[in-house]
Design a binder for this molecule. Structure first.
Ligand SMILES: Cc1ncc(COP(=O)(O)O)c(C=O)c1O
Length: 371
């Protein structure tokens, strides 16, 4: 998911929920210029339209992105209400805009970081290292050393090679073994790249013990925008097996990380509440609360997808003749696959733009959604 283009005056909008009021006081006055407060009765959508108007009147055509910070706070609330037994560790890779991270830090989320840059960003906000998981099972040695120096202890792994690296550079780490999942129905599968098979876990757990490393639990990711909530049920059951194997190998297994995969919108696919019910049932079955296992998650899309609005301009168009003689219009935007829409080619989800400002009357063939 894209991060906002840091265009002056257009990174965040807020109608000032209580949490954001607190942040404002902590930050001092006046508001930084990249934060825009909504006017009375103004919606974030209206603000986007106003901003487009203002910028185009001043001959400013660059694309920009707005994040509705109140909506972000609501998404956090929705997550905590539906899954009160799960602590969210926001996946920074999803959108690392400083104000997004500041708001989430103020709301008390944890953070899932995938690299040293992300660790630096989150630690730089004063977030305690205990609220961070370095959740990339394939890490450069120098980034592992950085995590060790800065007290970030919770790390994931899925191979023997990674264990060797961690033993050398971060022997005090607390490790989560990342499991492969059935994620073929997800919009963005991850398990071909990351995750150990259940069969490989026994050996990895004894290798970790022999290297003097502490494995404290298991993690998985069912693939982003998961279409089958039952994937969580299976993965949680598999983690229970890993916990048993881990205890057998002498590890103190106390943390389960259920990753991301939650829907960003309610447009299509399973609803979040339904998914949360399936997850809660699986947790109650395999990790009942009285066992005292801490459960965390790494939501990204769920927090950000409906929070951000990208505003782009059509900067050129071209008529092309198709082989059968019909004419097709091609539109060129000033943001695309190399920018905010860089995941577009991996996610076969049609993006339907909302046309907000038209120069001159629309031609009939121009009124249809852009490809
Ligand atoms: C390790 C990890 N955690 C969390 C996420 C966020 O997933 P989602 O956006 O589906 O919540 C990703 C996404 O790629 C990921 O790779």
């Amino acid at each position: 998911m894209p991060g906002p283009h840091p265009v002056e005056g257009s990174v965040g909008v807020s109608g000032m929920s209580t949490c954001l009021e607190g942040l404002k006081e902590a930050h001092g006055r006046p508001w930084p210029k990249e934060l825009i407060a909504l006017g009375p009765e103004e919606s974030a959508q209206q603000m986007v339209l106003r901003r487009i108007q203002e910028l185009s009147d001043s001959d400013q055509q660059d694309p920009f992105m707005l994040a509705d910070l109140d909506m972000l706070a609501s998404r956090h609330q929705a997550f905590c209400q539906a899954l009160p037994q799960v602590s969210p560790f926001y996946a920074v890779k999803c959108n690392s805009s400083p104000w997004v991270l500041r708001v989430l830090a103020a709301l008390g989320t944890g953070f899932d970081c995938a690299s040293q840059v992300e660790l630096e960003q989150v630690l730089g906000l004063g977030v305690a290292p205990s609220r961070i998981i370095y959740a990339n099972p394939c890490k450069p040695a120098s980034h592992i050393r950085y995590a060790a120096r800065h007290g970030v202890q919770l790390l994931t792994f899925n191979s023997e090679e990674e264990l060797t690296k961690v033993a050398q550079h971060h022997p005090g780490a607390r490790l989560l073994l990342r499991l492969r999942t059935q994620d073929s129905q997800s919009t963005f599968p991850l398990s071909t790249k990351f995750g150990a098979s259940l069969e490989a876990c026994g050996h990895l757990l004894t290798s970790a013990r022999d290297l003097g490393l502490a494995v404290v639990g298991a993690s998985f990711h069912v693939g982003s925008n998961c279409q089958t909530p039952q994937s969580f049920t299976q993965a949680i059951a598999d983690c229970r097996c890993v916990f048993e194997m881990g205890r057998g190998a002498g590890h103190d297994m106390s943390c389960l990380d259920i990753g991301g995969g939650f829907p960003g919108t309610e447009d299509s696919g399973p609803k979040f509440e339904e998914m949360a019910r399936v997850i809660s049932a699986a947790l109650a079955q395999d990790f009942p609360e009285e066992r005292g296992v801490k459960v965390i998650a790494e939501p990204g899309r769920f927090y950000m997808e409906s929070v951000c609005t990208a505003a782009v301009n059509i900067i050129a168009k071209k008529a092309v003749l198709e082989p059968g003689g019909s004419q097709k219009l091609m539109y060129y935007l000033n943001d695309g696959h190399y920018g905010s829409f860089r995941l577009g080619h991996r996610e076969p989800v049609p993006r339907v733009p909302i046309v907000v400002k038209v120069r001159g009357p629309l031609q009939p063939q121009e009124s249809s959604p852009l490809p």
